[in-house]
Design a protein around this ligand. Structure first.
Ligand code: DI6
Ligand code: FE
Length: 399
């Protein structure tokens, strides 16, 4: 009952418009929740009995949240990487049957156990940098059995490691080869029935789609969103990654939790996102991997008050990235976010992108998902490249 008191820390609570820094701070954790946070000098006497842990002046932040991943997938795409280095574009490879569809073949060929085994090292890499919540999408099965297997594997990961997994159904990721040229039939006959089956099995926390020239049109995505609404599920969308298709506006009109990538989004899109509270999830790993040059409209997002999150987009094709810290660095270097925006992007705004209000900040009543860093200044987290200063991670109770 007395709990654990982590003291002698600099605390970035992220609770409020800025970083919410507390010097000489302490956090009291009880039953996996934050019971109290503040300056040690203000500790109420009735909390004095807690077990004390001296953090030697280290920085405490909310544990990072990776809010957009395709962590569960079969196989690798190293060969495609080589082809792209020789000049083939991502879209050329996709249209030639490579790209996403090669991962679909490898994922269909894998059992649930194999998918779990292949995903665990990637999950462990994220956890080693303090990540406590990770979103995992389906979308490499594209038939009923393989989509359900992916989602079961994702759920299982959350039981094998001290991490919270949120799943997104991404049946509308690509049109599978057996439905080539018949995307509407794929939606009617496979994607939407599979969504209902996955939901009935408790495997879906949100519904996602890929709105792009090489994937689905806004009109087709709207049908997926209508089905999600019928099931009471929140929606999000891969939008405006390679071209402007109108997906962001559609997502905002459907009250989406997030619109992700958004390199080609416009100021008008930003206005709509602000009105609907849709978070812009920025994925600099994909931008980097594809040698993209179109930077998301960061100034418009700032001007209109659109919350910006950052995520790895961990996937075998366009973002084979399993470092939330490098993602923060890329957000600053490639997209000119401030280090404070990058930290907000992997904590409070990443929680919003998942529709979670019990994590991503350090405040009484929230989950005690905390990261203790061997740094003095929060900006150091985004500054270094390839260095992990995590001292320890504290994980709140499992669900
Ligand atoms: N956008 C992406 O960047 C990934 N999916 C998506 O919708 C790429 C997926 C892949 O190439 O395997
Ligand atoms: Fe993605």
């Amino acid at each position: 009952m007395a709990g654990d008191l982590y003291h002698n820390a600099r605390i970035a609570t992220l609770d409020g418009p800025d970083l919410g820094l507390i010097e000489g701070g302490a956090v009291l954790v009880r039953d996996g929740r934050i019971a109290w946070v503040g300056a040690m000098a203000d500790l109420p006497p009735d909390h004095a009995g807690a077990a004390r842990h001296d953090l030697d002046g280290r920085l405490v932040t909310p544990a990072p949240i990776d809010c957009h991943t395709h962590l569960v997938h079969g196989g690798d795409r190293a060969r495609e990487f080589e082809m792209r280095l020789q000049g083939a574009s991502y879209e050329q490879i996709a249209r030639a049957g490579g790209g996403i569809l090669s991962t679909v073949a490898a994922t269909r060929a894998a059992t649930e156990d194999e998918l779990v085994r292949q995903a665990l090292p990637r999950l462990d890499a994220l956890i080693a940098e303090g990540v406590a919540t990770v979103e995992i999408k389906s979308g490499y099965g594209l038939d009923r059995d393989a989509e359900l297997t992916m989602l079961r594997a994702a759920r299982r990961l959350g039981t094998l490691r001290p991490v919270r997994v949120r799943t997104s159904f991404l049946g509308a990721h690509a049109c599978p080869p057996e439905y080539a040229g018949r995307p509407d039939a794929y939606l009617d006959e496979i994607c939407l029935p599979t969504l209902r089956a996955a939901h009935a099995e408790g495997l879906v926390d949100a519904v996602d789609g890929f709105c792009e020239g090489i994937a689905f049109t806004p009109h087709q995505i709207a049908r997926v969103f209508d089905a999600a609404r019928g099931l009471g599920l929140p929606v999000k969308l891969h939008a405006e990654q390679l071209s402007h298709q109108g997906g962001t506006a559609l997502a905002a009109l459907h009250g989406a939790l997030s619109a992700d990538h958004v390199e080609y989004a416009t100021e008008a899109d930003a206005v709509m996102m602000a009105a609907s509270g849709t978070v812009a999830v920025l994925l600099p790993g994909a931008f980097y991997t594809l040698h993209e040059t179109q930077v998301p409209p960061i100034a418009a997002f700032r001007a209109h008050g659109v919350a910006m999150a950052l995520s790895t987009d961990c996937n075998p094709g366009t973002s084979p990235l399993t470092s939330i810290l490098l993602t923060m660095n890329m957000g600053c270097t490639l997209f000119r976010l401030t280090p404070a925006e990058a930290l907000r992007g992997v904590t409070v705004n990443a929680a919003r992108a998942l529709g979670l209000d019990d994590c991503g900040r350090i405040a009484p009543g929230l989950r005690a998902d905390l990261a203790v860093w061997d740094v003095a200044d929060p900006a150091e987290l985004a500054w270094r490249i390839g260095f992990n200063p995590l001292h320890r991670r504290i994980f709140g109770e499992s669900e």
